[in-house]
Design a protein around this ligand. Structure first.
Ligand SMILES: [Ca+2]
Ligand SMILES: [Ca+2]
Ligand SMILES: [Ca+2]
Ligand SMILES: [Ca+2]
Length: 282
């Protein structure tokens, strides 16, 4: 009877912990189309910065391109193309997949870029402008040939090009900032990163320009002590019930694994203790 009670307690503890396992925002799965990433930081000043959140999981070494070129408004595969000039950023995910909710910052995007996760290279004359600029994120067979657009951030109104043909929708998976601060130079999502349970809900929250801080003006506002400043916030987006364990917020696959191991160890110790006590008192 006591043995059954102990087993029940252990099962209950494990079940409760598993149900409460902190995870990053649940996603539709992979990064494959519109809304599967979102820009969370845009800096045209200084050496340029880009921050973006994954709203799906990366595949090993998955490549995401960014370009400051304008799109000609035609569909992919039916005359759709970027304009000439400007350039590209090629970001390559690590071989170990990154989970939805992970935020990556690319620094020095207009010179010699580096990324907080994954690797990054620059080609052409990529240089985010503070005037009439658009930043696209997309998958492609190469940087010139998008196969699926993921997101866009227009600091005004999609520049001299058009969002038509990209499969993106303004306000849904493409930001347009002209109604708030036309030709914004530095902008960052400043809303909550732990109040939503789905990637879709986070996307809607990010697309609300009211959740952003922004600065504009001649000179460099990217590191002037007034928000937004670089480096951008790379705190991951998590579900609201994420557990803080020993001061550590478990919010990615590695720390989830650690938490499972700790809980399993705790349960084994508990069960073993009861077993030993039964042996001793027998
Ligand atoms: Ca720039
Ligand atoms: Ca441009
Ligand atoms: Ca400026
Ligand atoms: Ca600033």
């Amino acid at each position: 009877m006591r043995k059954n009670s102990v087993a029940t307690i252990v099962v209950l503890i494990l079940t409760t912990m598993i149900l409460w396992l902190p995870t990053t925002a649940s996603s539709s799965g992979s990064i494959a189309g519109p809304g599967d990433i979102a820009i969370t930081g845009y800096n045209a000043d200084g050496n340029d910065n880009i921050a973006f959140v994954l709203l799906g999981d990366t595949t090993p070494n998955q490549v995401i391109y960014f370009s400051d070129k304008e799109w000609n408004g035609n569909p992919i595969g039916s005359g759709g193309a970027f304009n000439s000039g400007e350039g590209f950023i090629k970001w390559t995910a690590p071989s170990t997949p990154l989970t939805a909710g992970t935020v990556i910052e690319i620094s020095d995007a207009s010179t010699t870029p580096s990324a907080t996760k994954g690797t990054v290279t620059r080609t052409g004359s990529f240089n985010i402008s503070g005037t009439n600029e658009v930043l696209y994120g997309y998958l492609g067979s190469d940087e010139h040939t998008p196969t699926a657009f993921l997101t866009a951030f227009a600091n005004n109104d999609f520049g001299s090009g058009s969002i038509n043909g990209t499969g993106l929708t303004e306000g849904t998976n493409a930001m347009r900032f002209d109604s708030v601060d036309a030709d914004v130079d530095v902008a960052e999502y400043a809303g909550s990163r732990n109040n939503q349970s789905t990637a879709a809900d986070y996307l809607a929250q990010i697309m609300n320009t009211g959740n952003w801080t922004h600065q504009d003006g001649s000179g460099d506002q990217s590191n002037d002590g007034t928000s937004p400043d670089i480096p951008f916030d790379v705190t991951p987006f998590t579900k609201p019930n994420a557990i803080t364990f020993a001061g550590m917020t478990a919010s990615n696959g590695i720390s989830n694994g650690l938490l499972i191991a700790l809980l399993a160890g705790f349960s084994i110790l508990l069960f073993g203790g009861f077993w030993l006590r039964r042996r001793i008192t027998r």
